[in-house]
Design a protein around this ligand. Structure first.
Ligand code: NPQ
Ligand code: MG
Length: 366
């Protein structure tokens, strides 16, 4: 497939409500979109880097820079979507930028051949069960109202964001109000240290599905030590940046569950490799979320339909984050989202919405 050029497009998407995590509060999503143009088709990829490097070292301006200066120029004139990863391998890091470019090339290629993302990746389901990630709240009554609303919408699993001092009480309150049958998990976004092990062990009594990324990104050894002290399974997010890191974490016993985010690991093909590795080792995986628009969401839902994704993901409906999505909105039905069936991502940006939210575009000819 020959690439004519690549468009980098920035869009600003207001969030329906502020989203607070242990690393900060977001009120809008600043997204970098990648559009690959070929003579036969075009394809879209969504870069999940935040505007600031708070979740991971990447940030949107940095991703745009590395795409423009190093990644887009490194694509061969005739590119096979399966070989994009290899063509970009000499550039270290920048997984989110690489993932967005690979996704856009894949989408263009699949739209040209008429195959869906799900079919290409090996999806075995036509819909996926969905969880929702609930931000840190100033008050427990507000948290309980929010959780009640999501349960009423049909979400099949609740994830509470936690930080030191805002952990035991919110979990206890949700359990007391909604009972032991609700699938419940927590995400610390690396906010604790091993010295907090006694406090984290007090979460054991609440029967959580998992605790996500309690310790720092680079603390695989300490996560293994923590795992030996907790009954609650440890799930890694930020620490898993590649299939090699996933293999190391499994070997060390750092986690028994992995959150796969295609942006964080460098793409959907690396995501599938992690899925295959985890499946072979009996490690459950689920699909994380980075407040994607419908473009990234479509691909995530396709990935989450692979057979090893045995836990509900953060693949929430569009309305969880945005009043107006850039694609037709993904809507929950009986707690599930349907896997798109059309060619490529199976969804398109709506031109009027896209125009309204666009803050900048840049055309990079090949
Ligand atoms: C996580 N996502 O699993 C992330 C973190 C996260 C759904 O909890 C703007 C862009 C704000 C990306 C806030 C969920 C974000 C963001 C949190 C990602 O750790
Ligand atoms: Mg997380």
């Amino acid at each position: 497939m020959k690439i004519t050029g690549v468009e980098l497009r920035r869009i600003a998407m207001p969030l329906v409500s502020p989203f607070r995590t242990s690393f900060g509060t977001e009120t809008a999503r600043d997204v970098l979109l990648v559009r690959v143009v070929t003579p036969e088709s075009e394809g879209w990829g969504e870069c999940v880097a935040m505007s600031e490097p708070l979740y991971s070292p990447e940030y949107a301006d940095g991703a745009a820079d590395v795409l423009r200066r190093f990644l887009i120029p490194a694509l061969p004139e005739h590119v096979d979507a399966r070989l994009v990863g290899a063509a970009l391998e000499h550039v270290k890091g920048h997984q989110m930028a690489k993932a967005a470019l690979e996704a856009a090339v894949l989408d263009a290629s699949l739209r040209a051949s008429g195959e869906s993302f799900g079919r290409f990746l090996g999806a075995e389901r036509d819909r996926v069960p969905c969880g929702v990630s609930v931000g840190i709240m100033d008050s427990i009554p507000r948290l309980l109202d929010t959780v009640e609303g999501y349960l009423a919408e049909g979400y099949v699993r609740i994830k509470l964001k936690i930080e030191p001092g805002r952990d035991l009480a919110p979990v206890r309150a949700v359990r007391e109000r909604f009972g032991d049958d609700v699938l419940l998990q927590v995400d610390a976004n690396a906010a604790y240290t091993l010295a907090d092990a006694p406090r984290l062990a007090r979460l054991d009594e609440f029967g959580l599905l998992l605790i996500e990324q309690p310790l720092a990104d680079d603390d695989l050894v300490q996560h293994a030590a923590l795992a030996r002290r907790l009954a609650t399974p440890i799930c890694l997010d930020e620490s898993i940046t590649s299939a090699a890191q996933a293999a190391a974490a499994i070997t060390l016993g750092s986690c028994s569950i992995i959150n796969i985010k295609p942006g964080r690991v460098g793409g959907y093909l690396e995501s599938r490799r992690i899925h295959d590795l985890c499946r072979a080792h009996g490690v459950a995986v689920w699909c994380g979320g980075m407040l994607e628009t419908g473009i990234g969401r479509a691909a995530n839902v396709a990935l989450a339909a692979l057979p090893g994704f045995t836990l509900p993901g953060d693949t929430s409906a569009s309305g969880r984050y945005f009043a107006t999505d850039v694609t037709e909105p993904f809507e929950l039905s009986d707690g599930h989202l349907e896997v798109p069936r059309g060619p490529g991502l199976g969804v398109e940006p709506l031109p009027e919405v896209l125009a309204e939210v666009t803050t900048a575009t840049e055309w990079i000819p090949r």
